[in-house]
Ligand binder design. Structure first.
Ligand SMILES: NC(=O)c1ccc[n+]([C@@H]2O[C@H](COP(=O)([O-])OP(=O)(O)OC[C@H]3O[C@@H](n4cnc5c(N)ncnc54)[C@H](O)[C@@H]3O)[C@@H](O)[C@H]2O)c1
Length: 340
């Protein structure tokens, strides 16, 4: 099997590639990645080159994607601009990559499926951010979509685009809505690595607002085990079905900062301005994925935090180059800094 992973040099993508290459039925993993500030080749440096092919390019380039998808059997589409705060500062690239990139990938999967008379499964990585603040205790897949940031809006557009292609053209696709992820290889601009790397560097741990916003956290290795398991399943009946994946528990950002601070002798929290478009609470209901696709959690945030701190301590050469681009200069004025 030849498997395409778009965005494979990023956080979840590189963890997924690592998992896929260990499956004997996978002959080759093809990564397409534009290597933006978030894409980082050292994330893939330990992976056997026999099984990996890297193509540097833009998923929104339909010609390029056609040339790649004509020779693959399975597609994981992860490439995206992913940082909420960055989308508040300048959102052009978010709509280009997250929406138009998904349109391009979906078109090519359809075109090549029809040309080759096979059904190429497309696993689209959406996000729980499409839901906005939880209106129910735990959010299942029927929760209304109320995206609160340009990132969430772009992802909601992509999510519904894949759904519409499934309904209109029969695109063989699953839409996965992961809740927040943590684990090795995550960019230090994101909350948990930002806390850990700040503490390692002797800086204050920055928490937006009062820190009471709650999120549901999943270890990336649970997520990538689950995603990688999909290649062994018969997915032909799935046409735009949505599946949440998360721990079904939420925890405040302040509490996480405190847990990280506890891992260090003298780390301190600094409360900074609230982020506009903040989502107050996200708690997953993952019962559908548990029942239908075998989703399960093996690691909790609390039980794996010490190991994660150790990983960031031992792999500074991977994340130190990112430190120059971890801060976003936010101007909280109407429209913020929209450049395009
Ligand atoms: N990390 C999370 O907590 C989380 C939660 C839910 C959903 N997701 C979704 O999972 C996917 C992966 O997230 P991540 O955290 O690994 O993101 P990431 O920012 O770490 O990686 C994104 C990757 O996409 C690449 N990329 C960006 N624009 C591209 C383009 N135009 N063409 C090709 N490649 C491009 C980047 O270079 C990078 O390697 C995204 O779709 C994201 O929306 C992430």
């Amino acid at each position: 099997m030849r498997v395409l992973v778009t965005g494979g040099a990023g956080f979840i993508g590189s963890n997924l590639v690592r998992k896929l290459v260990s499956n004997p039925i996978v002959e080759k993993v093809i990564v397409v990645d534009l290597l933006t500030y978030a894409g980082h080749l050292p994330n893939l440096r330990d992976i056997s080159k026999n099984k990996l092919k890297l193509i540097i390019g833009d998923v929104a380039n339909g010609q390029l994607m056609d040339n790649i998808i004509c020779d693959v059997d399975f597609v994981f589409h992860l490439a995206a601009e992913t940082h909420v705060t960055r989308s508040i500062y300048d959102n052009y690239q978010f709509f280009h990559t997250d929406v138009m990139g998904t349109q391009s990938v979906s078109n090519c999967v359809l075109r090549q499926s029809s040309k080759r008379k096979i059904s190429i499964p497309l696993i689209h990585l959406s996000t729980s951010e499409v839901y906005g603040t939880a209106e129910t205790e735990n959010m299942d897949e029927t929760h209304p979509l109320n995206p609160c940031s340009p990132y969430a809006a772009a992802k909601a557009g992509a999510d519904r685009l894949v759904y519409s292609y499934a309904k209109t053209y029969g695109l063989n696709s699953l839409i996965i809505r992961p809740f927040n992820q943590f684990g090795p290889y995550q960019h230090p601009e994101k909350a948990i690595p930002r806390f850990i790397t700040s503490a390692i560097n002797g800086e204050l741990l920055p928490v937006h607002g009062d820190g009471l916003a709650e999120r549901d956290w999943t270890h990336v290795l649970d997520t990538t085990n689950f995603l990688a398991s999909l290649i062994d399943k018969n997915l032909s009946s799935y046409k735009g079905d949505v599946f949440n994946i998360g721990s079904d528990n939420s925890i405040s950002i302040k509490k996480i900062a405190e847990l990280v601070a506890d891992e260090f002798s003298n780390a301190k929290i600094n409360f900074i301005d609230e982020r506009p478009g903040q989502v107050v609470r996200h708690t997953c209901d993952s019962s559908k994925a548990k029942k239908m696709l075998g989703w399960k959690i093996t690691q909790s945030l609390k039980s794996s935090l010490s190991e994660l701190v150790e990983w960031y301590r031992n792999n500074q050469d991977i994340w130190l180059p990112h430190m120059l681009v971890k801060d976003i200069e936010l101007e909280i004025i109407p429209g913020c800094k929209i450049k395009h």
